[in-house]
Write a protein that binds this ligand. Structure first.
Ligand SMILES: Cc1ncc(C[n+]2csc(CCOP(=O)(O)OP(=O)(O)O)c2C)c(N)n1
Ligand SMILES: [Mg+2]
Length: 615
């Protein structure tokens, strides 16, 4: 390495330099140039000796693609996933062998769970050491085999890296999966193979991928239209796969007199200010969505793998049509009559030409009434007291102040419930969470990646105190390191400081009939605002309801990132909009069985309009 650094100054593209000086490129230089050829602009990662060859090459290439150093490799994985979600591009993360790779895994699984294209580049100890129980040696092929099952390979020869990078990117994009290239340190430093011989075993691959336009056959579209035209009570359920089909969903819903419910990852697919949009579905959902699912006679599902059967129509209740770009996800959750493989926008547009506008609008009117009643209920719930704050009020006050094009991220916990229910997203906004993996610690890195991808937009992370203590604190250090580069410096972190792993405390109560277990649930009360100030960010602690609006206004007017440390009431129930009999029984049992907060909870359940069957 020392020899290379002597002859190759920084700040100039390596290829030009190499040509001028007639210098050989290393394998790492070739990889970095290939990443640029694939359009990669940013790599989230962390260094270590196992990957230093590649980092040296990024330096020599003038930090192109740009290396963003995060505080923990897990953050790099989440950021690469969020980059994919918020740009439609492949997210790229990088880590060293052993511990770096292990830290990266959670973010890689997040991308796998939510079908995002992600390429992980991971260093490895030198080839000669492998199998020798060597320092930081981990069997990375096995480690990554599950998460990157569609493509994980280790380079053992310089001639391989061209096709390994090409295939990693093409497969990640074409199949919406995570892929991984493992690079032993010594291979990174070898001279690149610039020209592959035209001979047996040589693989001269190429760069580039264009997504196809996928549309079902005319015959299938006709059959689907027949089912939808015959329905009297059509419900549409959209997911992340519908994010690019806003106009088409609205037009189809209009023609069918249907309501539109959303799985959380599809929350931004259709704006919440339309009267027939029933909002999110499921435990995090709205009464309007859940009732629509119970009462519909026809279900049109677009781009969703929403997992919870109990919130879908009963088997036999509804005729079903599903549209998904990925055929492996069709017919997976409900026995659909038609399973259409297709791009959501194009397929819906084609379907629309075959739909008859329903003249009987009674179902639609009924849905709109329920939506209206739901919004009134949720506003009333937000106004009920909390000690000292009702968390829902923070979300309602945010909702009415959201700047255009804001990007909202919630961490796994009660923040996701309140974002799903209490915030009205408008057209142009984006929003995501760690969906299938539902990992804590994703909220702040998602917001950071949103800022790098869209530095002119406001990014907001809505996060629990547990997640902040787990890794959000560290992520704030990354915010402090980089925020000055963002054209609009506003990144806002709302911390729901309830001194509790609250979502799980309520799961213990409502699912398992167990009182909250303080040894596993209680958290230390720490000052998130002061921590932010230590890092040069704005910090504000909110303890009274009338300070909430001012806190949001100040954060939205700030010249730097802000952490709002909101002291919220852990006894406000983040429960489904309507409780099943079993949930009611479980709650009654926990309240009778000595839950430490039983008295306050009884009061809050009543104020929030939940009734328990007499026990
Ligand atoms: C990495 C990880 N560990 C554990 C969980 C299980 N879990 C889901 S929500 C939650 C509680 C989150 O607590 P906090 O961040 O304080 O948010 P709150 O629900 O209190 O608002 C836990 C432990 C998880 N989803 N991810
Ligand atoms: Mg908490």
């Amino acid at each position: 390495m020392a020899a290379l650094q002597r002859i190759i100054p920084t700040g100039k593209g390596f290829s030009a330099m190499a040509q001028e000086q007639n210098q050989e490129r290393t394998v790492s230089d070739q990889i970095v140039a290939r990443l640029t050829d694939w359009g990669v602009r940013r790599i989230y990662g962390y260094p270590g000796d196992g990957i230093n060859g590649v980092l040296g090459a990024i330096r020599r290439a003038g930090n192109q693609p740009e290396f963003i150093q995060v505080a923990h490799e897990e953050l790099a994985g989440f950021m690469a996933c969020a980059h994919a979600k918020y740009t439609g591009e492949v997210g790229v993360c990088l880590a060293t062998s052993g511990p770096g790779a292990i830290h990266l895994l959670n973010g890689m699984y997040d991308a796998r769970g939510d079908h995002q294209p992600l390429v992980a580049i991971i260093g490895q100890q030198p080839r000669a050491a492998l199998g020798g129980h060597f320092q930081q040696e981990v069997d990375l092929l096995s480690l990554c085999k599950d998460v990157a099952r569609d493509f994980v390979e280790m380079a053992t020869d310089p001639a391989q890296v061209r096709h390994l990078i090409d295939r990693a990117f093409r497969i990640a994009q074409a199949q919406w999966v995570v892929t991984c290239v493992i690079l032993p340190h010594d291979v990174q430093l070898l001279p690149a193979v610039e020209e592959l011989p035209r001979e047996h075993g040589s693989i001269p691959s190429g760069v580039g991928y264009s997504a196809p336009r996928v549309v079902p056959t005319e015959a299938d579209l006709r059959r689907a239209a027949e089912v939808l035209n015959a329905g009297k009570k059509v419900a549409i359920l959209v997911g992340a796969g519908a994010l690019g089909a806003t106009d088409e969903i609205i037009a189809v819903a209009d023609a069918l007199g249907a309501g539109v419910a959303k799985a959380f990852l599809g929350k931004a697919a259709v704006p919440d200010d339309l009267p027939f949009v029933t909002g999110t579905v499921g435990w995090l959902g709205t009464a309007a969505s859940n009732t629509m699912m119970q009462e519909c006679d026809t279900l049109l599902m677009v781009g969703s793998t929403f997992p919870y059967t109990e919130y879908l129509p009963r088997e036999g209740q509804a005729r079903g049509v599903q549209i998904d770009i990925a055929p492996q996800f069709l017919g997976m959750r409900y026995p659909m009559e038609l399973n259409l493989t297709g791009d959501s926008a194009t397929t819906l547009a084609a379907l629309l030409t075959l739909l008859e506008r329903k003249t009987d609008r009674a179902w639609r009117v009924q849905i709109e009434r329920k939506v209206d009643a739901w919004w009134r209920l949720i506003d009333e719930r937000a106004e009920q007291p909390g000690d000292p704050l009702n968390p829902q009020l923070l979300f309602r006050e945010l909702s009415s102040r959201l700047p255009d094009n804001a990007i909202l991220n919630a961490d796994s916990g009660t923040a996701t419930v309140w974002l799903a229910r209490n915030v009205r997203l408008r057209r142009g906004m984006m929003s995501s969470v760690s969906g299938r993996l539902a990992s804590m610690g994703s909220g702040v890195p998602y917001a950071i990646a949103a800022k790098f991808a869209h530095p002119d937009r406001v990014a907001i992370a809505l996060v629990g105190d547990g997640a902040m203590q787990m890794s959000g604190f560290n992520a704030l250090i990354t915010v402090a390191k980089y925020w000055r580069r963002w054209q609009d410096p506003r990144l806002i972190v709302l911390v729901l400081n309830n001194r509790d792993l609250n979502y799980v405390s309520w799961e213990q109560r409502a699912q398992d009939g167990e009182p909250k277990f303080p040894a596993s649930q209680d958290l230390l009360d720490v000052s998130f605002a002061r921590h932010a100030e230590l890092l040069g960010l704005r910090g504000v602690r909110v303890e009274t309801p009338d300070a909430i609006g001012a806190a949001w206004d100040a954060a939205l007017a700030a010249d730097r990132p802000t952490v709002i440390d909101a002291v919220v009431d852990p006894t406000i129930p983040p429960l489904p909009p309507e409780l099943t009999e079993k949930q009611q029984e479980s709650l009654s049992k926990t309240l009778a069985d000595g839950d430490p907060e039983a008295d306050a909870i009884r009061e809050r359940l009543r104020q929030q309009g939940y009734r328990l069957a007499p026990s």
